[in-house]
Design a protein around this ligand. Structure first.
Ligand SMILES: Nc1ncnc2c1ncn2[C@@H]1O[C@H](COP(=O)(O)OP(=O)(O)O)[C@@H](O)[C@H]1O
Ligand SMILES: [Mg+2]
Length: 365
């Protein structure tokens, strides 16, 4: 059972406090993605798990055993980096076999382990080649192969696809998800790319400035973002945020007024709000449709085929993006009405915390 627990992990570099008390319980065989903007502490946290960096305080527990003081090689982890760090003069076989050579395993065992890794990674017919003869994606697979042969309890990946072009990244996402299923291992994967996080993770940890903003499944984060930060980080195109004034708050929710004068009754827990407060109403582009309500002047229409990403400006200059049906008749320069189902809106208070949605009785969250 390769569970991985982080308990109140902090990290400071001198006076720079980079991680502020990280608590996470990662399950056996889970694929967890750490996502967040550059500099938020993802790599530092991963390096602390690996033992390449020492936490300032807190504990790292693998399979119920505190490994905080153990050397990287004793922790049962393997790490794959963005730069492949392959040996150019060695064949693919020897690059993958490297950790086994260091451990002085018998030749037959080396061949068996490398063969199995190559099989999983579809590198069997490349084993005799040098890294220079491979594509970027193949080289990254060799680096992954080198971690597979060590049979680690936990795999750690730090932005392994960042150096690849977009098409290859898409292919590798699928391959890594398949690899996870084949190996049935616990994996922690770091990326700044929310698409990688959404597509590969069982659960996503959203990190912001050294703190966990939210830990949940991709669809939990999508439907129930806890904060404004998570709401705007997850989902493509990004969620719109419209400032609105609170006209009233009661047991049924909030009544708000947008800058243009449009009013909306929002079914959220409004117990912390009062008339006169300013909130932000989050509306995903895919939840906006042509109709009555808000209005915007269309600036640019991106027709992707099935969907037309429509960028506009509201009367007060606020930007708004709507994902309209691909064959919408809307034209650039036109002013259109936008309708939103209030239950699809997310409401954030002045601190960026979400106001919980009220569910109709009998409706599951
Ligand atoms: N060895 C170090 N010494 C000083 N500051 C560091 C060191 N490593 C990382 N940092 C700082 O810690 C913060 C988090 O860095 P990092 O974990 O690499 O972020 P991410 O991987 O999310 O982009 C950054 O502000 C970075 O400058
Ligand atoms: Mg990093």
């Amino acid at each position: 059972m390769a569970t991985l627990d982080l308990q109140n992990v902090t990290k400071s570099f001198g006076s720079a406090h980079v991680l502020h008390g990280i608590d996470l319980a990662i399950r056996d065989k889970e694929f967890v993605v750490f996502v967040g903007p550059s500099g938020c502490g993802k790599s530092t946290l991963l390096r602390i798990i690996a033992g390449l960096e020492e936490a300032t305080s807190g504990r790292i527990v693998i399979e119920g055993r505190d490994v905080s003081r153990e050397a990287p090689v004793d922790r049962g982890i393997a790490m794959v980096f963005q730069s492949y760090a392959l040996y150019p003069h060695l064949t693919v076989f020897e690059n993958i076999a490297f950790p086994l050579r260091v451990a002085r395993l018998p030749e037959a065992e080396v061949a068996a382990k490398v063969g199995r890794a190559a099989d999983i990674l579809q590198l069997t017919d490349k084993l005799h080649l040098k890294p220079g003869q491979l594509s970027g994606g193949q080289r990254q697979r060799v680096a992954i192969g080198r971690s597979i042969v060590r049979n680690p309890k936990v795999f750690l990946f730090d932005e392994p696809l960042s150096n690849l072009d977009a098409a290859l990244r898409g292919d590798m996402r699928v391959e890594l998800s398949q690899l996870h299923r084949d190996l049935a291992a616990t994996m922690v994967y770091v990326t700044h790319d929310q698409v990688e996080a959404m597509t590969m993770a069982h659960r996503i940890v959203v990190l912001n400035a050294g703190r966990v903003e939210q830990f949940g499944t991709p669809m939990e984060l999508y439907h129930h973002p806890a904060t404004r930060f998570v709401a705007t980080f997850i989902g493509q195109p990004n969620m719109n945020l419209l400032p609105a004034k609170v006209l009233g708050a009661d047991a049924s929710g909030l009544m708000v007024e947008f800058h243009g004068g449009h009013r909306m009754a929002l079914p959220v827990d409004a117990s912390s709000a009062k008339a006169g407060d300013v909130v932000e109403v989050g509306i995903r582009p895919e939840n906006a449709r042509p109709g009555a309500g808000l209005s915007m002047k269309v600036r640019v229409l991106e027709r992707l085929g099935g969907v037309a990403i429509t960028y506009g400006l509201m009367a007060d200059g606020q930007r708004f993006c709507a994902a309209l049906p691909g064959d919408t008749q809307v034209a650039e320069g036109e002013t259109i009405g936008i309708e939103v189902t209030p239950a699809d809106a997310h409401v954030f208070d002045a601190n960026g915390r979400v106001m919980q949605r009220r569910m109709a009785p009998g409706l599951a969250a």
